[in-house]
Design a protein around this ligand. Structure first.
Ligand code: B12
Length: 420
């Protein structure tokens, strides 16, 4: 059932709610899908005549849940409403009261839609952070990030299996794909321009004043009592660059080193018992038999591209399928990635690229591998790569390109073929 929650009391006017109900009735009839509307209470009488389910909101006996008004089950029954939605504002009601409320609604033969699951799940996450000593500590331990990645991997598995539909991506793909004009950026030109701008700033500023401001920032960072933002702004006014301001702080605090953690098992768990998934595992076992070890991939992020979600999802999924997976750190240079690949003796490097650095950085990676006589390591790329860049990348030696919407199980099969 689709529920249209028309909650906004100020904006939803009578004529609007009637329009919504009329459309919902039409759509429900045409596509044979049950649709429910949960309007603000005062607008309920306007839509009970339509053949749709009308749900009441803020159903709660003791006025504990709602700050904007509440309605008791017997009133719901009297007003020709078919059911009630127990939604987020009622979550402050203790669980046993929610259960009692649901039972009463059932006795009155009213449909009940419960939206409490999310809150219970959210509570678990809050408790997890509390147990780690609060959110700051949890962030330091990388736990919230892991949870986001876990959820992204599960979602990706559902998309790949076709359980979750993304129109135009994994279902209802249009045969005619209109070409979209994509702006191409000359990376070298941008870089040169930026460097020139910084040089200009540096040549025109009062060097002594700038230096003093940066020294003040550094010593303020050491004594830990001053407002660093205020002093950083002073330095910026003296035309210190963001790099110089960060460096002054880095001299005191050091540089943050992100540790790439990965989760395992979640992608696979969505495929439990799936025949196609088992086939991939068979391919991987025969690779292992033939080559004496499992296929090994380095999932790499290059340059100033901080989007690591795709890389993590790929790493998790590939590991769950049976690959040995190494994850490169963020902001790696092509040379560093090549070095890591050689040291770890990987069969393949999978560059995940979302910030349009692929045309510059991937050829550099291939060059770095050649330079180290390691051009047997295959390079593939995935991420936000426009179709028109694919031939160019392939001609430079890229084995395959996996753009947005890639089905990871299919990509894994292609990768196995490439390295077999
Ligand atoms: C989430 C997101 C963010 C998050 C990133 C969080 C994180 N930790 O990753 C945040 C908010 C931080 C962010 C910031 C920015 N973002 Co952003 N972001 C996105 C968004 C919405 C989704 C990316 C994502 O995670 N997708 C989910 C993953 C699973 O999908 P995926 O990466 O595409 O991977 C799939 C395939 O591509 C493929 N794949 C990918 N890698 C690999 C590797 C291998 C080996 C294989 C086989 C397959 C494969 O398989 C995956 C499964 O299908 C995209 C838009 C979009 N819809 O793609 C923009 C997008 C990538 N962002 C963009 C931009 C511009 C930015 C910013 C520069 C914005 C700004 N001005 O500050 C910053 C840059 C930050 C930085 N330092 O890099 C642009 C990039 C444009 C471009 N390339 O020309 C995009 C495309 C949005 C847009 N349309 O403009 N972003």
């Amino acid at each position: 059932m689709f529920i249209i929650n028309c909650k906004n009391y100020d904006e939803i006017a009578g004529d609007k709610i009637i329009k919504i109900a009329k459309t919902a009735e039409k759509v429900s009839r045409k596509y044979k899908v049950p649709i429910a509307i949960a309007p603000p209470h005062h607008l309920i009488p306007l839509i009970t005549k339509f053949k749709i389910t009308v749900l009441a909101q803020h159903v709660d006996d003791k006025k504990v849940g709602s700050t904007t008004g509440f309605i008791v089950p017997e009133i719901v029954k009297k007003s020709k409403i078919n059911g009630a939605i127990i939604n987020h504002s009622e979550h402050r009601i203790p669980e046993k009261e929610i259960i009692a409320l649901v039972k009463r609604l059932q006795r009155l033969r009213l449909k009940t839609v419960l939206c409490v699951k999310n809150v219970n799940e959210a509570r678990k996450l809050i408790e997890e952070a509390d147990e780690l000593g609060g959110m700051t500590k949890a962030v330091q331990a990388g736990v919230p990030k892991l949870r986001i990645e876990e959820s992204a991997a599960i979602r990706q598995a559902r998309i790949d299996k076709g359980e979750e539909t993304i129109v135009g991506v994994n279902k209802y793909i249009s045969k005619k794909q209109d070409s979209v004009e994509i702006r191409s950026i000359d990376n070298q030109q941008v870089r040169d321009q930026q460097i020139k701008k910084i040089m200009d700033v540096k040549s025109k500023r009062d060097e002594k004043q700038c230096e003093t401001a940066l020294e003040k920032l550094e010593s303020a960072a050491k004594n830990d009592t001053s407002n660093l933002l205020e002093i950083a702004i002073e330095a910026a006014k003296a035309r210190a660059t963001v790099g110089e301001i960060s460096l002054a702080l880095e001299r005191v605090y050091g540089r943050h080193q992100a540790v790439a953690q990965s989760i395992s098992g979640v992608y696979r768990s969505e495929y439990e018992g799936d025949k196609n998934f088992m086939k991939i595992e068979e391919h991987i076992s025969s690779f292992t038999k033939n080559f004496g070890r499992r296929p090994r991939i380095l999932v790499a992020k290059l340059g100033q591209d901080g989007h690591d979600r795709g890389a993590k999802v790929i790493a998790t999924a590939f590991a769950d399928m049976g690959f040995d997976v190494d994850i490169g750190p963020l902001f790696q240079t092509p040379e560093e990635a090549a070095k890591q690949a050689i040291e770890n003796d990987v069969h393949i490097i999978g560059v995940s690229t979302q910030a349009a650095g692929h045309k510059t950085l991937v050829p550099m990676l291939i060059e770095a591998l050649k330079h180290e006589q390691a051009d047997n390591v295959i390079v593939v790329c995935g991420g936000i790569i426009p179709e028109k860049d694919v031939p160019d990348l392939e001609s430079q030696g890229v084995g395959a390109v996996f753009g947005p919407g890639t089905n990871i199980t299919e990509a894994a099969l292609k990768v196995i073929k490439l390295i077999s």
